[in-house]
Design a protein. Structure first.
Length: 101
């Protein structure tokens, strides 16, 4: 095995094990993205998420950028008392994740 390969193999394994890059966006950036038409308003998409779990209450909502995709991360508590995390594509409202938290 060549020396360069010995160096690159551990680096590749480390990068593969790293979590996906994400960053939280502040309200000013979210407003700019809405005005530019790059994302839909949270109010429009939140209704869809809440309909998936009738009687649920909103705990938290954040806008994040994950690997170049704008994502609304929504945490809610169902009528049965179960915490759920829902991720929606902020461009079109497509559900990316809906699981117990």
């Amino acid at each position: 095995m060549r020396p360069a390969t010995l160096f690159l193999l551990p680096l590749a394994l480390l990068l593969a094990a790293s979590p996906a890059a994400s960053r939280d966006l502040d309200q000013d950036e979210a407003l700019r993205l809405r005005q530019e038409g790059l994302i839909r308003p949270l109010e429009q998409l939140l209704q869809h998420a809440m309909e998936r779990h009738p009687g649920a209450r909103l705990l938290e909502a954040e806008l994040e950028e994950e690997d170049g995709i704008y994502v609304y991360e929504i945490e809610l508590i169902t009528a049965e008392g179960v915490a759920r995390e829902i991720e929606l594509d902020a461009r079109d409202g497509r559900v990316l994740k809906d699981e117990e938290d």
